[in-house]
Every structure is written in C-alpha cells, then in structure tokens.
Write a protein that binds this ligand. Structure first.
Ligand code: B12
Length: 363
C-alpha cells in the first residue's frame, strides 16, 4: 500500500461546497468543449478521437475534483488521476488523455470560477496535473493502484471449484463445497468471506477478460446470493449487544452482495443490523437514518466514480446530525483499491472485508 500524508488544509465550508457542486456541470461542459476545440481550420482525425477522453472521463474527474476540494484532500485527487491513467492504459487509450482532462478543468477554474473557489481548486488541480503529466511522459508505473482484493485472511481451499460450479449454475455442487468448508471447522463468516467472495472476484476477472458472458456472470451471482442467504440463515448469532448498524451501497452502486454480507456479519455479532439494497434514493436513505438512529452507518462503494457520492452522503449526514451523527464506516472494492481513502475523506473507519468490519468494531 502506498503511504501518503493526509493533506487537510481547510476545514470544510458549506457555502464553498455548494458553489463547487453547482459549478461541476459547467466545468464538465467547458472542459469537454475545450478538449475537442481543434485549432482553426484543423479537423480532428477519427483515429485520434478514439484515443481522446470521453465525456464520462471528464465528468468523473470533475466530480472527483469537487470531492477532493470539499474533503480538503489533494491526495485523493492525485490518487484519482493515477487510477484514471491506469484505466486508460488498461483499455489501450492514450495516457496523455488524463492530463488533457485535468488541464482543461484547470483552465476553467482559473478563468471562470469565483475567487474563493479558485483559491481552493487550483492547488488540487496543480497536484493532479503534475501527476498526470508525469504519467504522460513516462507511461504507467509498474505498481499500479493500491490493490488488495483478496480477503483479510487467506482464501480457503475450493475457490476454483466453487467458481466453476457457480458459473455452471450447479447449486448442489456449490452447497457441497460450502458444507465441506463448514465441516473443516470454518465458521459461516469465514466461508462467506474466504470462499464465496474470492469465487465472485474470480468470476469478475473472467468476465473482464471476456472468458465468460454477462449472462454467465449474472447466473453465478444469483447462485452466490442464494448460497449466502442459506449460510447466514443457519449461522449462530451472538447475544444482542444493543447496538444498531445500517449498511447501504451508496446511491448508484448496484453491487449489493458485499454490503449485504457486512450487514449479516454485524447481525451475527449481535447487532441489530439493517441492510438497504440497491436503488434507494438519497432521501430514502436519510429517512431511514432518521427512523433507525443507527450507532453505525456503513457505506459501500465499488467503483471509482461512486466515491464523490460517498463523500456527499457523509457530509450530508454530519451536517444533518451534528454531534449525534452515527459513526461512519466505509468499504467496498473502490476503497480497497485506494486504501488511505477513508482518511482522506474523513470517515471514522474502513474495513477491507466483512471479517475486518467486525474486528474494527471490536477494537
Ligand atoms: C456481480 C457483479 C456485478 C453485478 C452486481 C449484482 C449484485 N446483485 O450485487 C452487476 C451486474 C449489477 C454489476 C454491474 C457492474 N459492474 Co460489477 N461486478 C460484479 C462482481 C463479479 C462481483 C461483485 C461481488 O459481489 N463481489 C463479492 C463481494 C462479497 O465483495 P465486495 O463487494 O468487495 O465486498 C466485500 C468488501 O469489499 C467489503 N465491503 C463491501 N462493502 C462494504 C461496506 C462497509 C461499510 C465495509 C466496512 C466493508 C465493505 O466487505 C465485503 C464482504 O467481505 C465484481 C467482481 C469483484 N471483484 O467484486 C464485478 C465488478 C465490481 N464490476 C465491475 C464493473 C466494471 C461493473 C459495471 C460498471 C459493468 C458495466 N459496464 O455495466 C457495472 C456497474 C454497476 C453499478 N452502477 O454499480 C468491475 C469494477 C472494476 C473497477 N475496479 O472499477 C468488477 C471488479 C469486475 C471486473 N473485474 O472488472 N456487477
């Protein structure tokens, strides 16, 4: 894991946050126009177009900038730029595209923004631009993004066999593999995190490498969800601890198995745990927090582009509840691939997986 000092240089100012939020759409439109404005009389060659950034790249980076400024963390924006450059390299696109996006955003904020916003945004953009230009000169470095996608404990034997059985939709074989791990003395949480989770990661890798179809991936996921439901239904529960946890994927995150597993882990540990599925609106999430008044709010992000929404919810919760705010713990693949993120965003904790999430609360 890369270590990086936390850079917090302003304490959060709601008015500036609002101006920044309001400017994001204008920044995307201006930066997009800027990148695609060829010099007079020059038409962009179609081959160049495929290597240039997409509007989605611009929007994701503009939102990451807003989030970084609101969180007061240059480090988060630099890490975002690095991740974007890796993504560009992975999809065979030009790495200089990331520098082009950051430079276009910088021109917008330098020229168009109100002075207070400019003063906050430019140092963040400059740090990101330095990183993006370094990448454009040298190409991707070998170490890649922070990544620890395996569980906090080593995977159990049988991951490959389970992956194949999940993909073939053979639920009876899957049950046998789960049962033999349980018979081997492993608890339900261990089996979920160290057997079923790595099998799902393997499914994701095969899908990314186009070795399986989307339909196979969806089928495998459905079988895994059924296995997890069976597993947790019979798992022994600790005595009630009198604490409430509310666990939710952030708005826009459709990956629900991981946070559901975390909610189940809290339930087994004696918590009154509630899980909100995908598709919940921001208002519904807030209504649920008001209703349940949880001691702990666990938020899950799977993709890089979901991080700004995570931070927005964290800020809103703290503004709304002040000192009565629940403890906010974050997790999910995106946080595992950018491990200092929870500190940069000012969360109260982070868990690599369901086992680590529970340990965090025991500490
Ligand atoms: C199944 C799946 C889907 C399903 C999800 C269905 C469902 N019911 O959940 C569907 C089809 C919807 C889907 C969609 C997409 N997916 Co998808 N998906 C997966 C897959 C194969 C498995 C996800 C999973 O369940 N993992 C197992 C769980 C248990 O692991 P986990 O989520 O990491 O959770 C653990 C920890 O992270 C942690 N944790 C999680 N949340 C929290 C919260 C707290 C508070 C704490 C403390 C801890 C914690 O604890 C959990 C349990 O131990 C992954 C592969 C992978 N590596 O995960 C890809 C993957 C995540 N998907 C990916 C992509 C690209 C997408 C799409 C963009 C594809 C597309 N082009 O449409 C969309 C985006 C949808 C969206 N808006 O969110 C990529 C992400 C790449 C990246 N790093 O950015 C992956 C990694 C696949 C890959 N290898 O490329 N996906």
């Amino acid at each position: 894991m890369r270590s990086s000092g936390q850079t917090l240089w302003f304490g959060g100012d709601a008015a500036i946050d609002r101006s920044l939020d309001a400017m994001t759409d204008a920044a995307v439109a201006a930066a997009w126009k800027d990148i695609y404005r060829p010099p007079a009389g020059v038409a962009l060659h179609p081959a160049a177009l495929g290597r240039l950034p997409t509007r989605a790249d611009v929007a994701v980076t503009a939102r990451a900038l807003t989030c970084a400024v609101a969180a007061g963390s240059k480090d988060y924006f630099v890490a975002h730029v690095r991740r974007m450059a890796h993504n560009q390299a992975d999809r065979g696109a030009a790495v200089f595209a990331v520098a082009a996006v950051v430079a276009a955003l910088r021109r917008f904020y330098a020229e168009g923004a109100d002075p207070t916003v400019t003063a906050r945004a430019l140092p963040v953009l400059d740090a990101g631009l330095t990183e993006a230009e370094r990448w454009a000169r040298t190409g991707p470095d070998a170490d890649g993004p922070d990544r620890q996608s395996s569980p906090s404990e080593p995977p159990l034997p049988g991951v490959d066999a389970l992956t194949d059985a999940l993909l073939a939709g053979r639920i009876a074989s899957c049950r046998c593999l789960v049962q033999s791990a349980l018979d081997g003395g492993h608890g339900c949480l261990d089996v979920a995190t160290r057997l079923i989770q790595p099998a799902l990661y393997e499914v994701g890798d095969r899908w990314q490498q186009r070795r399986i179809t989307v339909a196979e991936e969806h089928g495998a996921t459905a079988v895994a969800a059924a296995l997890l439901a069976e597993l947790f239904a019979v798992a022994p529960r600790a005595e009630p601890v009198g604490r409430t946890a509310l666990i939710a994927p952030v708005i826009g995150n459709r990956h629900v198995i991981g946070p559901h597993m975390v909610a189940d882990a809290f339930e087994l540990a004696g918590w009154d745990a509630h899980f909100l599925g995908a598709g919940v609106t921001e208002d519904d999430l807030f209504a649920e927090i008001h209703h349940r008044r949880p001691d702990l709010l666990g938020l899950s992000v799977s993709l890089l582009e979901q991080v700004p929404m995570l931070h927005r919810i964290m800020r809103r919760v703290r503004q709304a509840f002040g000192t009565a705010s629940p403890k906010i713990v974050i997790g999910g693949l995106a946080t595992n691939e950018m491990q200092p993120l929870w500190r940069w965003l000012g969360a109260d904790g982070w868990g690599l997986d369901a086992i680590a999430a529970i340990d965090l609360e025991k500490a």
